[in-house]
Design a protein around this ligand. Structure first.
Ligand SMILES: C[S@@+](CC[C@H](N)C(=O)[O-])C[C@H]1O[C@@H](n2cnc3c(N)ncnc32)[C@H](O)[C@@H]1O
Ligand code: SF4
Length: 387
């Protein structure tokens, strides 16, 4: 069931941000220059440690804010990737914050082999950007996007958020229209999640925010309409991409291949503090502590806090849940090849229930969620988990 060959996907976590956003629970901090340098040293060591078992077709630098690394730090990272022979990866994404994209940095990344940028735009409305605690302004979005295009990036994603406290349907429509006008190849749109231990969560607990479920549903419907109208094909709950060739495919050709591998339950290495990985049936997680991460690598070993091998059924349940987030759902044969289980047989009660609710459809080839089901994909996925 598990690939014996080298892993083909690499995630690198960069745990630094200029300032923490009000809603964000990802592991990141405002690091000093010295800590960032120490992190880069450690990361280069970790890359060397896994190199013999990795031939990446996709690389994803996420965070945190990878674009916060300075030119000298990026030069060192790019140089190591080049020496490992990975700079021609078919898809190499770097996440950027619009406040930290300079012409020199964009050029350095593009020349180094990075061919996809994911930019955390969140909203085109300055008031909402402020509400979210973002460091960038509306103006910086356009400036950064122009820089990316001028330096040859022809595969750009923007992240947007909806159901932001204080956001009206009209403001969301306006943001979607501006996203369309920007003309990116990819769009990721996330409904706000109130994560524990964030200022937004505290405001919710204190009664300062009212959640309007109906408005959130209306915004999601609006998103589906606007994205389709702008020529995007939805391929996952929150992800939309352009289809440049005419052939109908399971995923549009501008889809993020790296993330498709996650949703299909494939293997990947995860490096950097807090990063998760999954190789040969073993799920690992690195320490969510940058100093501890650096110390471990300075001792010459990986900074793995936990490693766990799930039972085949538990893993299959997880894989079912991930894959159902995709509009194409699970091709039954592919699921069986990947997990060894027959989706229709093992999850019959769940499949029947989802069909009764109008959340799922089953045919000879696949089981997939309807638009209504995709809206509640987190809940549906949880129903497929097995201990
Ligand atoms: C890991 S962040 C990295 C992007 C980059 N650090 C930035 O924010 O510019 C990826 C995306 O997740 C989304 N996100 C993060 N926290 C979220 C939350 N609590 N609710 C909804 N979306 C969230 C945001 O759209 C963000 O751009
Ligand atoms: S959303 Fe992005 S920029 Fe904001 S704190 Fe999280 S990782 Fe950092």
């Amino acid at each position: 069931m598990f690939e014996e060959s080298a892993a083909e996907h690499l995630y690198v976590h960069v745990p630094f941000c200029a300032k923490k956003c009000a809603y964000c629970a990802f592991y990141s901090e405002a690091g000093s220059g010295q800590l960032v340098n120490r992190y880069v040293d450690a990361l280069l060591r970790e890359l060397q440690l896994v190199a013999s078992d990795l031939e990446p077709k996709t690389i994803f630098f996420g965070g945190g804010t990878p674009s916060l690394l300075n030119l000298a730090q990026w030069e060192r990272v790019l140089d190591t990737i080049r020496r490992l022979g990975w700079n021609n990866a078919a898809e190499w994404t770097v996440e950027c914050n619009p406040a930290t994209v300079s012409l020199d940095k964009a050029k350095l990344l593009r020349d180094g082999g990075v061919n996809r940028i994911s930019m955390g735009v969140q909203s085109f409305d300055d008031v909402l950007l402020d509400r979210l605690g973002r460091v960038h302004s509306r103006e910086m979005i356009f400036k950064s996007f122009d820089i990316l295009r001028a330096t040859g990036f022809d595969n750009v994603n923007i992240d947007l958020m909806f159901a932001i406290p204080g956001q009206s349907l009209a403001s969301w429509r306006q943001t979607l229209a501006e996203a369309k006008a920007l003309g990116t190849e990819h769009l990721s749109c996330y409904e706000v999640i109130y994560e524990e231990d964030t200022p937004l969560f505290e405001q919710l607990q204190a009664g300062a925010i009212e959640v309007d479920e109906d408005l959130a549903c209306a915004m999601y419907d609006e998103l589906l309409l606007a994205a389709g109208d702008a020529g995007f094909q939805q391929y996952e709950v929150a992800n939309f991409a352009r289809q440049t060739a005419s052939a109908l495919a399971d995923v549009p050709d501008c889809a993020c291949r790296h993330n498709v591998n996650y949703w299909r339950g494939g293997a990947f290495y995860g490096l950097g503090p807090s990063a998760a990985g999954y190789v040969r049936g073993v799920r690992t997680r690195n320490w969510s502590n940058t100093t501890k991460y650096c110390e471990e690598l300075e001792r010459g070993r990986r900074a793995i806090e936990s490693a766990e091998e799930l039972s085949p059924l538990a893993r299959a349940g997880e894989i079912a849940a991930f894959g159902l987030r995709m509009t194409s759902g699970w091709p039954l044969e592919q699921f069986q090849r990947r997990t060894g289980f027959d989706l229709r047989q093992e999850w019959k009660p769940e499949i029947d229930r989802m069909m009764q609710l109008g959340y799922g459809e089953l045919n000879q080839q696949r089981f997939y969620l309807t638009n209504k089901g995709l809206r509640f994909a987190d809940w549906v996925g949880a129903e497929f988990l097995r201990s």
